[in-house]
Design a protein around this ligand. Structure first.
Ligand code: HEC
Ligand code: HEC
Ligand code: HEC
Ligand code: HEC
Length: 418
């Protein structure tokens, strides 16, 4: 081979590589932002209509109806009573609706159906309960402001036509991510954050945080409020409730121990925020809505479920460890959390019994201290038990919270026994 041939071969080789890269860019890795934008009217809440324009996202959204357990044995999308796994729930939630019906969560399309069929819902249920279940919230809030929260829930059923769907997270005209739950916007504002100015990366968690968060209903107005003024930690939210915001003292009084109890609600956003992933700028959507490919088209999966059903897409974009290693790691973390969660739940249940027994004999000041300790112990247990990741979203914080719950439950029981 003479020099000329060598040079030509090198040039031809180089050209081939460039050409391949161009082809890859154009066809194989077609980035999501080149999608054709369809301008849908504000007020279109039917995911099937959106789906005509965005078929890949819609096809994956429809997978949310699939019900399957998680490979770890925790979580999953099968509607089972949580008390089967953790019987202490029945003692700890005695006297309130969560002792009657408390099931594992499943896919977004079931949100309205599961609300309507819940035994927790009755004639006393208020409009506020629809806040995180339906895209039709947007209209109702526009029309009535927070007044909808006070209306009987049953009166609003006919207006709840579509469950959690496209309009909850997207502006129909631009497809930009948006937050529609006013409770999230207001709570962030009190923290000094203007959600309207959030970056795209932040929005990839905020769209989830608008529903997957701890909340309470303000007593007089039934308005939904997120207790975040002092921070996202269990003790910070507890301290917030200690101030009796707008007269809110408790969710119910436990019939045995007579302690004034709080019910924690799915604090996924709060727990995740302080964890390794939250602190490293990883968003909910990175794991729960990873990029997938179909015929060379790249799109965000809208099958929002356990990421362990597709570890490769969800985790190995950042992690070099193999799928099996990652799965085992999650399972180990969750096993550790589950053991302590059960122990904490049982310790709290025994404390309710001890305090109940002491009720007629003990001196009032000590009894009050025991009840206070018990309320706090149950909050620390419940804020973990009500979270959906079985600890994965923030393993060390969760272990610390459960350890403290066990300690406080023992203290409450000891105080009562003395
Ligand atoms: C680093 C990846 C990662 C991030 C980021 C993440 N999650 Fe998760 N999430 C997981 C894993 C892993 C599980 C456990 C799944 C299991 O047990 O099968 C989980 C479980 C869940 C579940 C319960 C799923 C089930 O099967 O019942 C919900 C709900 C959830 N996450 C919501 C969120 C929300 C909301 C955010 C952001 C505020 C978030 N996650 C951020 C990885 C992640
Ligand atoms: C729970 C929130 C949520 C819901 C509900 C939702 N999306 Fe998305 N969607 C997202 C997120 C997050 C992204 C990623 C956006 C980004 O990174 O900028 C996304 C991206 C998209 C994109 C941009 C292209 C892509 O795939 O990344 C389209 C198109 C889209 N969604 C369509 C839909 C349609 C159609 C529906 C209803 C069937 C829907 N979405 C429901 C959160 C949601
Ligand atoms: C409008 C409120 C709302 C928004 C927005 C929302 N969720 Fe949910 N999510 C729910 C409700 C309600 C359920 C439970 C539905 C049921 O069990 O019927 C749920 C269930 C889930 C589950 C359990 C699914 C399963 O297979 O077990 C996961 C995981 C989840 N959401 C993650 C997310 C993530 C991640 C985001 C953001 C990209 C998000 N959600 C945005 C309300 C919401
Ligand atoms: C967008 C990037 C990203 C994605 C996606 C991601 N991680 Fe991570 N993960 C990180 C970073 C950053 C850390 C911090 C430590 C480090 O640099 O390795 C971390 C740490 C961890 C750790 C050790 C710390 C802990 O909290 O236990 C585990 C385990 C882990 N990730 C599992 C997962 C699993 C499982 C998934 C998929 C469900 C996942 N990660 C998805 C970036 C990511």
């Amino acid at each position: 081979m003479n020099n000329m041939t060598r040079i030509m071969l090198v040039v031809a080789g180089f050209a081939a590589v460039v050409l391949a890269a161009v082809i890859m860019q154009a066809f194989v890795l077609k980035p999501a932002h080149t999608m054709k934008l369809a301008v849908l009217p504000e007020g279109e809440y039917d995911p099937a209509v959106w789906g005509r324009h965005y078929p890949l996202e819609y096809q994956s959204y429809l997978k949310n109806r699939e019900m399957a357990p998680s490979p770890t044995g925790y979580g999953g999308s099968v509607k089972v009573q949580k008390s089967v796994m953790e019987p202490a729930l029945l003692v700890n939630f005695k006297g309130m609706p969560f002792s009657k019906d408390y099931t594992e969560d499943r896919g977004h399309p079931y949100a309205i159906e599961d609300l309507k069929s819940s035994k927790r819902v009755g004639p006393a249920s208020v409009g506020a309960c629809m806040t995180c279940k339906t895209a039709n919230l947007i209209d109702i809030y526009k029309e009535k402001g927070w007044d909808y929260a006070m209306l009987p829930l049953a009166d609003l059923f006919s207006r709840m036509k579509h469950p959690v769907s496209c309009a909850n997270c997207h502006d129909p005209r631009t497809m930009k991510l948006r937050v529609v739950n006013p409770a999230f916007v207001e709570a962030m504002e009190r923290r000094g954050v203007d959600v309207k100015k959030a970056s795209r990366e932040e929005m990839r968690s905020y769209v989830c945080g608008q529903c997957h968060a701890e909340y309470y209903f303000e007593p007089k107005t039934k308005k939904v409020v997120f207790p975040w003024d002092k921070g996202f930690l269990p003790e910070q939210m507890y301290a917030y409730y200690e101030q009796k915001p707008a007269g809110f003292e408790q969710d119910w009084i436990h019939p045995d121990s007579q302690a004034k109890m709080l019910k924690a609600q799915h604090p996924d956003f709060e727990t995740f925020s302080g964890g390794v992933h939250g602190r490293s700028g990883v968003a909910c959507a990175d794991c729960h809505m990873p990029f997938m490919r179909s015929n060379g088209q790249k799109y965000s999966s809208h099958w929002v479920t356990s990421p362990l059903k597709h570890v490769e897409a969800s985790c190995t974009t950042c992690h070099t460890q193999g799928e099996q290693w990652l799965l085992e790691r999650v399972r180990t973390e969750q096993n550790n959390v589950w053991q302590l969660q059960k122990a904490a739940g049982q310790a709290v249940a025994r404390a309710h019994e001890a305090v109940a027994k002491a009720a007629n004999t003990a001196d009032e000041a000590r009894l009050a201290r025991a009840r206070e300790q018990l309320r706090k112990a149950q909050w620390f247990w419940d804020i973990v038990a009500a979270e959906n990741g079985m600890g994965f979203h923030n393993p060390d914080q969760v272990m610390n919270t459960l350890g403290r719950a066990i300690d406080m439950a023992h203290q409450a029981a000891a105080e009562a026994k003395e």
